[in-house]
Ligand binder design. Structure first.
Ligand code: ARG
Length: 564
């Protein structure tokens, strides 16, 4: 594909401004409005050398002669030199590229391994709407990285270890009812846990009993292991239903318990660097010189801690996957935890400490009420997804009751809508889950984007579009057509940014924008009722949009039904 920005740079370089090529590239901007030009070069930096007002410098530069096949016009707009690309060259270059199967991929990940730790639900705890974020953000980052050529490993680092399992075992032995649990595993296990936790807070004996049970579990006591395995198994089975609804798969479910076998090794490595200190019978690491609070590695009763398991896990992952990046998609509440983890790995002398990245995200709350585990007011993700599917079904009944495959389509739209809304805003922002917004077919939503995709499918069907070997694009010169091409031209850069910043929202917004531009074109230009060659060229453009929306939705983890 032609790199138009690079052509602009070549022209500016030929003007002998005294700036390096790198500086020039860094300065080039995209004007807010394409009628002002496709690229803009601000001249403020030149004021010193030219000893003139920026406006005058820009005027002077814009009047210079230049020789370039891809840029057709230069003007000055105030202190900016603005460049207009040759649209016919742009259209040809972009549309030739857009039908390729790796359109937009920079292949930057080729030969590199990435581990992505995401979703990471906790056994015997609800898979609540708060976990939605880690699950869908992590999944889309994985999809995007895969598309960039990375070899990805998606790990669901199950929270299946720690003192709370001692509580659960103890609670079950006191009050548990197997039948009830089999009927409603998570809700019953959670009840047991909440009840026990409440009493243990007041009554030391209960707390000690729970600690003993966890200790037994760590020492592989058969009774403890049996109950724990059972809790684990029934919980994972429950979670699987949600993953099936979301269409998300993991390469590994190795969680906290799996990695706890490597804690001894990790402690040895920490000790070799003289980092361990004793404090009231417990083992701690002092991170004062990193300006971080003290870290508890081993409790006074000998139990391991969450962070100890994470240290062992990081070492295991480096050894097993030889990662280029080890990415943790975890809520921003755990910011300190990951800062401490990175600091410890650094102190341990691992040069890869900085490849461990915490991709954090803000909180989600419901417009119609809070969602606190402790208050028992939990909103299960499965219920949210099913409600979205039901609501979609009734919308379909209203709008298109004869649609084939209604059930499947309702699932694709309902689930897609929930994912789309989650990935719409910058991940670090908190957001409010609002039913009216999620399922709105008109706003910047999943259903709107999917609907545009389905529309493009039916246009292609109706026009019986078949790709030819030789293509011309000379008839595509309506503003709405050019705007689509310019947007397609930004796809690769958008994906690259989304990859480097671990920010799927850049792609989400890109995709809605593409849908909007397509709808403008559709409102403005006839596609199937014009003479043959023009019809073909417009269908070709439709085909490019169609492919790009589908690809983008899929990278976000959303399905693209062809009819809805
Ligand atoms: N299970 C944890 C939670 O729900 C998240 C685990 C994140 N991953 C990790 N390696 N610590 O909060």
């Amino acid at each position: 594909m032609i790199d138009f920005k690079d052509e602009v740079k070549k022209i500016i370089t030929s003007f002998d401004t005294g700036l390096s090529e790198e500086e020039i590239i860094g300065l080039i901007e995209i004007p807010p409005n394409s009628s002002m030009g496709d690229y803009a070069f601000p001249v403020f930096k030149l004021a010193k050398t030219y000893r003139k007002a920026p406006n005058m410098i820009a005027e002077e530069l814009a009047a210079k002669d230049f020789d370039n096949d891809y840029i057709k016009k230069i003007i000055n707009v105030g202190p900016y030199v603005n460049f207009f690309v040759d649209n016919s060259k742009l259209v040809e270059s972009v549309l030739t590229e857009a039908i390729k199967d790796d359109f937009g991929s920079s292949h930057i990940g080729e030969g590199k391994n990435v581990v992505l730790d995401f979703s990471s639900t906790n056994i015997a705890k609800p898979f609540h709407i708060g976990h939605l974020r880690s699950t869908v953000i992590g999944n889309s980052i994985r999809n995007i990285m895969k598309y960039q050529g990375y070899n990805t490993t998606g790990v669901n680092y199950i929270g299946d270890y720690g003192t709370q399992f001692g509580m659960m075992i103890s609670a079950y032995l006191k009050w548990g009812d197997k039948e009830k649990i089999d009927q409603n595993p998570i809700k019953e296990l959670l009840n047991l846990y909440v009840k026990y936790n409440k009493i243990a807070k007041e009554d030391e004996d209960y707390m000690n009993e729970a600690r003993d049970w966890f200790d037994k579990l760590e020492k592989k006591d058969p009774k403890a292991v049996e109950l724990w395995s059972w809790f684990r198994e029934i919980s994972l089975k429950e979670f699987q239903r949600v993953y099936d609804l979301l269409g998300i798969k993991f390469d590994s479910f190795n969680g906290e318990s799996f990695h706890s076998q490597f804690i001894g090794e990790a402690l040895k490595a920490i000790d070799e660097k003289n980092l361990l200190e004793e404090s009231e019978g417990a083992m701690v690491i002092n991170l004062e010189d990193e300006n971080l609070p003290l870290v508890l590695i081993k409790k006074s009763n000998g139990s391991s801690t969450y962070i100890a398991r994470d240290i062992a896990t990081a070492m295991y992952r480096k050894k097993t996957y030889d990662f280029d990046k080890n990415v943790y998609v975890v809520a921003s509440q755990q910011k300190l935890h990951f800062e401490q983890l990175r600091a410890i790995l650094k102190k341990m002398g691992f040069d890869w400490w900085n490849d461990c990245v915490h991709v954090s995200f803000g909180m989600i709350s419901m417009k119609d009420g809070a969602m606190k585990t402790r208050e028992g007011k939990v909103i299960f993700l499965e219920d949210v997804l099913n409600r979205a599917i039901d609501k979609t079904k009734s919308i379909i009944e209203e709008r298109n009751p004869n649609l084939e495959n209604k059930e499947e389509v309702a699932k694709q739209i309902g689930v897609g809508a929930v994912i789309f809304q989650d990935l719409f805003n910058n991940r670090i922002k908190d957001y409010v889950f609002d039913w009216d917004q999620v399922l709105n077919f008109e706003g910047e939503t999943g259903p709107y984007t999917q609907y545009t995709y389905a529309r493009s499918c039916s246009i292609l069907d109706k026009g019986q579009f078949e790709l030819r070997k030789e293509n011309k694009f000379d008839l595509l010169n309506d503003d709405t057509e050019i705007d689509i091409v310019k947007h397609l031209d930004k796809f690769s850069e958008t994906l690259l940014n989304a990859t480097e910043k671990y920010e799927p929202s850049l792609l989400t917004r890109y995709t809605v924008e593409l849908a909007k531009l397509f709808n403008k074109f559709y409102a403005n230009c006839q596609i199937n009722n014009v003479e043959d060659e023009l019809k073909y060229q417009r269908l070709y453009l439709t085909y490019c949009v169609n492919k790009c929306i589908k690809l983008s939705l899929n990278l976000l983890g959303i399905e693209a039904p062809t009819r809805m």
